[in-house]
Design a protein around this ligand. Structure first.
Ligand code: PCD
Length: 786
């Protein structure tokens, strides 16, 4: 591996993360670090039942408890018109329950006290009389005629059905299937998992009673979008709301939505006239904040006998929990699931998705994937392996045969996506070479002779990241475009203001690198300001790996505006025509005379000086832009996982993991590799150990890290990374997003490997998580169905 450079750094390449100087010394400033004078503390009472009527709530004992300033219930909110709030999917969600509770852990009352402990203690003193109702936690059962209706608060809602959605050409797909030599069907579950960032959610609301200005410190991946939602709900003008998203300890899609706790800290501050902090604990976080997946898929794949894949068909039942609070562009209630045709050249494809309510927490966020692409990739990559199983074909060869060819790009899929660029066979070949694929197969054959279970899993993925374009993509009507502002101070130091918000991805470094690359300024001289709506331009925020594709493009373009203006200033300085100047990476110089030139630093000083500028040219060196992406970017990758399965216990050991990623031009390869490492670990977690499980009464069975297992270094091998570089043709610097790639591509590689290991037992498919128990059951011919 190349070492990190220590000299002043300009432009792309490996360089240490600027923010780590702060973060690794414990000098980060997270929401829970915010302490304001006179600040009070809030705590939520949550429902012990998954489904129950609220008969009465007695708050008198809590109100009388020491240190308690106020107790707020749904009834109080009702009076203010705030008992319900809009979700990101045009549904409603209870802020505090009034009529019924609809999932275990739902917010019922809010106590405000002088300190956190007093608030927590008083929560215990609230007496709620519940009448338990039958709960429904199984998405399929929720659709049955006699299922209890969960959303009886909504007029016209007489079932648990939310929506039906489809994509692709049904008739053409039916025809392809009718004529196909081979058709294979498989039920595939992507279980409910949780993004589980290490920092839970929280906020500190500070409503200034004199100025009427609300300042909200909050764990938000999308501060500007949040501000607009608060403005609409509270009827406050946006300039009276300042949303500050300070350092964030991981987001992973979990911090895209707005939670009742945030709203309650605001209400609490309005009611008490004091700043109010609310920070949830781990159990609250796992029980009530946005989950991911819960997709029950029935896939079908059609092919010729010799393995040419012709078509894909899938029916999905999507469990959305008690309130439809999924986050995705409005047009797509199933997110980008219709990218399920994956990386293959098909004749036809069709999918239907039915959304349902259940007595579980709301959410359905894009946990490290661009709006349901993880589910889509998992489905297609499992189906290809299931086909390989039936055809007795090698899964790598089968993929190689069906992958899109480089000359097919830009490629429009059967469901209407235009993949921008790719060289898929090259990536798969590199992964196979790195893995030593043939040797691995030989080793496996030898081991099988001895009764040892070794598996080799292959997966190929295409992601679609960087939402908009705004014409097609919005959230709650807000188009997905992002602004950037760049100011060069007289001394040549720069301040870049962006709308996206890092949660650990390293934007303070990579965005400075983009500016440095365009202007030849040292990365250290460029400050990146983000996460504060009073200081940054409007934009939709960080999720769906959109920061680099959208804001990264905005940053490059705003820097180019500065460069163009600098050319005019340089021409005045050098007394030549701008046309006679040429850009040399860090300076404008006279064509053919590199000695006669001016750096951006020199030009910045001149732009602020007494130098006379041409007619109509303003002084200073500032620029702004708004970037509306013409298309998404389509990163891709080829992953190979090698596992050993203990035939005695069913325990899976991931022995090797080869990941070849192509995210176009890499701004900071070290950061990209870190992103890939994290996503691969996520994939191992989901494939082998994670599930948000519920019992029949809707009791949550994974509300701590003792039950909901996060992968650690012990479960992960030393990752073997490779790269190919296919630039995005429409992105100014050719970069594609990468933050979610590995989470999308890795679960299926691991599962495919375990299934491959279990082949001698005739196992074709078993659902995640492949715990030792699940693997053991599958080996006994009784795959666990959840
Ligand atoms: N890059 C580079 N190059 C390229 C690409 C990229 O360098 N080509 C880098 C950048 O700049 C940054 C990173 O890398 O820094 C990332 O990026 P992107 O892909 O663009 O992404 P973003 O937007 O920034 O971010 C987001 C993501 C997501 S989405 C998720 S989930 C996850 C990831 O990110 N999360 C997280 N990763 C991470 N990391 C951390 N540390 N933390 C967190 O939280 Mo979603 O939708 O929300 O579900």
């Amino acid at each position: 591996m190349t070492t990190v450079e220590e000299r002043p750094h300009t432009g792309f390449g490996r360089t240490l993360r600027k923010e780590d100087v702060r973060l690794v010394r414990g000098k980060g400033n997270y929401v829970d670090d915010v302490r304001l004078p006179g600040m009070l503390h809030g705590a939520l009472l949550r429902s012990p039942y998954a489904h129950a009527k609220i008969l009465s709530i007695d708050t008198s004992a809590a109100e009388a408890a020491p240190g308690v300033k106020a107790v707020i219930t749904g009834e109080t909110l009702k009076g203010l018109g705030l008992a319900w709030m809009p979700t990101l999917s045009y549904d409603t969600q209870a802020v505090l329950a009034t009529d019924k509770v609809r999932f275990q852990g739902q917010e019922v009352a809010f106590v405000i006290a002088e300190d956190h402990y007093a608030a927590r203690d008083a929560v215990e003193l609230i007496d709620v009389d519940y009448e338990p109702l039958p709960a429904v936690v199984d998405a399929k059962k929720a659709l049955e005629a006699d299922a209890p209706v969960i959303r009886d608060d909504k007029e016209d809602q007489t079932t648990n059905h939310i929506f039906d959605w489809e994509a692709g050409d049904a008739a053409k797909t039916d025809e392809v299937f009718a004529n196909a030599e081979v058709v294979v069907e498989q039920d595939v579950l992507y279980p409910r998992v949780h993004p589980a960032p290490l920092e839970t959610c929280g906020s500190v609301a500070d409503m200034d009673p004199v100025t009427g200005k609300l300042t909200l410190y909050t764990t938000s991946q999308a501060p500007h979008a949040h501000r607009t939602v608060y403005a609409l709900v509270a009827g406050l003008p946006e300039h009276k709301i300042r949303v500050i998203s300070p350092d964030i300890g991981g987001g992973f899609g979990n911090k895209v939505g707005i939670y009742p706790g945030y709203v309650m800290s605001i209400v609490g501050s309005i009611v008490t006239g004091k700043p109010v902090k609310w920070v949830e604990d781990r159990a609250e976080h796992l029980m009530s904040t946005a989950f991911a997946r819960d997709y029950h898929m029935r896939g079908e794949i059609a092919a010729t006998k010799d393995g040419k894949i012709l078509g894909l068909r899938v029916k999905v039942i999507a469990d959305h929990g008690a309130f439809n609070a999924t986050a995705q562009p409005t047009k797509f209630p199933a997110g980008f699931f219709h990218v399920f045709t994956g990386s293959y050249d098909l004749e036809a494809a069709h999918c239907t998705v039915t959304g349902v309510y259940t007595n579980k927490a709301p959410g359905g966020v894009a946990y490290a994937c661009s709006f349901r692409i993880t589910e889509a990739v998992y489905l297609v990559e499992r189906m290809v392996d299931v086909l390989a199983y039936e055809l007795k074909a090698d899964p790598a060869e089968l993929r190689m045969k069906n992958l899109l060819k480089p000359d097919q790009f830009p490629y429009t899929t059967q469901t209407g996506w235009e993949y921008d660029s790719g060289n898929y066979p090259k990536a798969l070949q590199l992964a196979m070479d790195m893995a030593g694929y043939d040797a691995l197969r030989k080793e496996q054959a030898e081991k099988r002779e001895r009764g040892e279970l070794m598996g080799i899993g292959v997966a190929f993925f295409t992601e679609a990241v960087g939402a908009g374009p705004r014409k097609h993509m919005d959230i709650l009507g807000l188009g997905m475009a992002d602004g950037a502002e760049l100011r060069i101070h007289p001394t040549g130091k720069a301040v870049l203001r962006i709308s996206v918000k890092t949660q650990g991805q390293g934007h303070e470094t990579t965005f400075a690198q983009i500016v440095g690359n365009e202007l030849g300024l040292p990365t250290a001289d460029i400050e990146v300001v983000h996460g504060d709506t009073d200081q940054t331009p409007f934009g939709l925020g960080t999720y769906g790996s959109r920061s680099t594709p959208v804001s990264g493009a905005a940053t490059a373009l705003v820097a180019r505006k500065i460069r163009d203006k600098a050319r005019i200033v340089a021409s005045a300085m050098l007394e030549v025509s701008p046309d006679d100047l040429e850009w040399a990476g860090d300076r404008w110089h006279v064509k053919g005379d590199p000695e006669q030139g001016k750096t951006i630093q020199e030009i910045a000083l001149a732009a602020h000086s007494t130098l006379e500028l041409p007619e109509g040219v303003e002084g200073h060196l500032d620029a702004t832009t708004v970037y509306n992406p013409p298309n998404l970017t389509y990163p891709f990758g080829a992953y190979i996982c090698v596992v050993d399965v203990d035939p005695g216990t069913g325990a899976v050991k991931v022995r090797r993991f080869i990941a070849v990623d192509d995210c176009g031009v890499r701004i900071n390869p070290m950061i990209v590799e870190g992103q890939v490492h994290g996503g691969l670990a996520d994939g191992v977690g989901m494939a082998l150990m994670q599930v948000m499980a519920f019992d029949e009464e809707g009791n949550h069975l994974g509300a701590s890290f003792m039950d909901y297992l996060l992968p650690t270094a012990l479960e992960c091998p030393s990752w073997e990374l490779g790269e190919t570089v296919t630039p995005s043709p429409h992105h100014p610097i050719g970069a594609k997003g990468v933050g979610e790639s590995a989470t999308v591509g890795s679960p299926c590689a691991v599962v495919n490997a375990v299934m491959d290991a279990l082949k001698p037992y005739g196992v074709r498919h078993a659902d995640m998580p492949l715990t030792p128990a699940a693997v053991w059951e599958a080996m006994q011919g009784r795959p666990i169905r959840t």
